[in-house]
Design a protein around this ligand. Structure first.
Ligand SMILES: *[C@@H]1O[C@H](CO)[C@@H](O)[C@H](O)[C@H]1NC(C)=O
Ligand SMILES: *[C@@H]1O[C@H](CO)[C@@H](O)[C@H](O)[C@H]1NC(C)=O
Ligand SMILES: *[C@@H]1O[C@H](CO)[C@@H](O)[C@H](O)[C@H]1NC(C)=O
Ligand SMILES: *[C@@H]1O[C@H](CO)[C@@H](O)[C@H](O)[C@H]1NC(C)=O
Ligand SMILES: *[C@@H]1O[C@H](CO)[C@@H](O)[C@H](O)[C@H]1NC(C)=O
Ligand SMILES: *[C@@H]1O[C@H](CO)[C@@H](O)[C@H](O)[C@H]1NC(C)=O
Ligand SMILES: *[C@@H]1O[C@H](CO)[C@@H](O)[C@H](O)[C@H]1NC(C)=O
Length: 367
């Protein structure tokens, strides 16, 4: 794929977003002794406003038409027309209306920080990758996975300071840790190819392992991992390859899934109490693309203009489809709210091991 830098930038923008996650709840249920809060890590697929709060970050969705179907048509930083997958997962798991607030919003909230973190936090940052440098050359500043884990370390310290070591650790063991990251690493690899695909998959898996082990040693036990979707079929990729999916990108996404599966299986047999659920978004998305029940358009973005350089960014003035719910893709990379809901439903409830295994997110929550 020959892509100019602008196209690369847009491709890297894979999945981002932000609103003010207003928590309902049942503080008792979310923070309580029974279930524990939710912590979310990742890229634009999960970002609910992190990047809005980063100076000099150009990976943002805080402008129209983002959020057009959100409460008050607010562009919150979510890379969606409405809610994103993090929101719906949190809601379906119970105790939340939408994703917990961005960590950076809690920090800004000052005196409310302590109460906030007991309801969880969302660290995800659009453009971020598992590897440290991903996204930074294109977007100025994003929060890498390593930095997200460091931010969690602060939260962990604050929680144990607040509740005491024993109660704090118990809460963290019951909490749910949700991850959706890796697409930006894969995109960056495709453009630079500094190693063989096999080496890349091993390197990425080893990098994931470092982050997961660090979190385990801070008390995390319930790991819900969303693997890499078929990014070779997202509208920007299709727009740059004459309409079809790019197979080398997709086959790498599949290889990463297989490798993550092996890693998680190994971690669960070597780390005492390590529990996981692995979602196969590759399969989920492909099953919709090949049998688009409920969608009229699974190839093009609802928001964006076709240009000779490929699909444009989503912003005011570009083409906007009429019926958002008919589309799988909202913009060049990201699913619509409707597609996110469908995916979240499968992650939380599906009994099909082709979609989520060895147990679904709902069972992991209760485990
Ligand atoms: C703290 O929370 C209260 C009540 O939810 C809210 O009114 C107030 O604006 C918050 N303060 C900050 C600094 O966010
Ligand atoms: C902002 O980001 C650009 C790259 O997009 C970089 O060249 C510049 O040094 C950054 N400035 C600051 C203050 O971080
Ligand atoms: C949370 O922990 C950090 C790092 O230890 C500390 O600087 C900060 O003051 C703590 N925040 C609260 C509200 O306790
Ligand atoms: C992955 O590859 C990069 C570049 O060669 C290297 O700097 C990094 O240490 C590797 N990561 C792991 C976990 O092996
Ligand atoms: C998992 O363990 C097996 C057996 O020790 C090993 O061959 C495999 O490479 C490991 N997988 C990962 C991803 O580390
Ligand atoms: C789902 O994923 C598994 C493992 O990658 C694969 O063997 C299977 O064929 C996939 N099924 C569908 C329907 O894509
Ligand atoms: C999908 O939507 C795009 C524009 O949003 C349009 O050009 C294309 O023809 C549509 N495809 C189908 C199959 O409806």
């Amino acid at each position: 794929m020959a892509m100019d830098l602008r196209a690369r930038k847009r491709v890297l923008l894979v999945m981002y977003v932000a609103v003010f996650g207003v928590l309902t709840t049942s503080t008792k249920e979310a923070t309580g002794q029974t279930i524990g809060p939710i912590f979310i890590f990742g890229d634009s697929t999960m970002d609910v406003g992190t990047n809005n709060r980063i100076e000099n970050c150009s990976a943002r969705a805080d402008h129209p038409y983002y959020g057009i179907d959100f409460l008050g048509s607010q562009a919150t930083g979510r890379f969606s027309n409405g809610l994103n997958t993090a929101d719906t997962i949190a809601r379906l798991l119970g105790g939340y209306d939408m994703s917990p607030l961005p960590y950076l919003a809690l920090v800004e909230g000052g005196s409310n920080f302590t109460r906030g973190i007991l309801n969880g936090a969302n660290f995800a940052s659009g453009g971020a990758g598992l590897a440290k440098g991903i996204g930074k050359q294109f977007y100025g500043q994003v929060v890498s996975m390593e930095e997200q884990v460091q931010q969690f370390a602060t939260v962990q310290g604050n929680i144990t300071a607040l509740l005491g070591a024993s109660k704090g650790n118990r809460l963290l063991r019951k909490s749910m840790y949700i991850f959706s990251i890796g697409s930006n690493d894969l995109m960056t690899y495709i453009f630079t190819r500094p190693m063989t695909p096999e080496q890349f998959v091993i390197n990425l898996t080893d990098t994931y392992a470092i982050h997961l082990k660090n979190l385990y040693h801070m008390g995390a036990r319930k790991f819900a991992i969303i693997s890499i979707p078929p990014i070779g079929c997202c509208p920007i990729a299709r727009s740059l390859s004459g309409g079809s999916c790019t197979d080398d990108t997709n086959s790498l996404a599949r290889a990463c899934h297989t490798s993550f599966e092996s890693l998680l299986n190994n971690l669960s047999s070597t780390l005492k109490g390590f529990k996981y659920s692995l979602a196969n978004t590759y399969n989920m998305t492909m099953s919709i693309i090949s049998k688009p029940i409920g969608f009229k358009n699974v190839t093009s973005a609802c928001c964006g203009d076709m240009t000779p350089q490929g699909l444009s960014d989503c912003k005011e003035g570009v083409h906007l489809c009429e019926t958002r719910d008919d589309y799988l893709f909202w913009d060049a990379f990201h699913p619509t709210q409707k597609a996110s809901e469908l995916a979240a439903n499968a992650l939380v409830f599906s009994q099909d091991p082709d979609f989520v295994s060895p147990i679904n997110f709902g069972s992991l929550r209760k485990a």
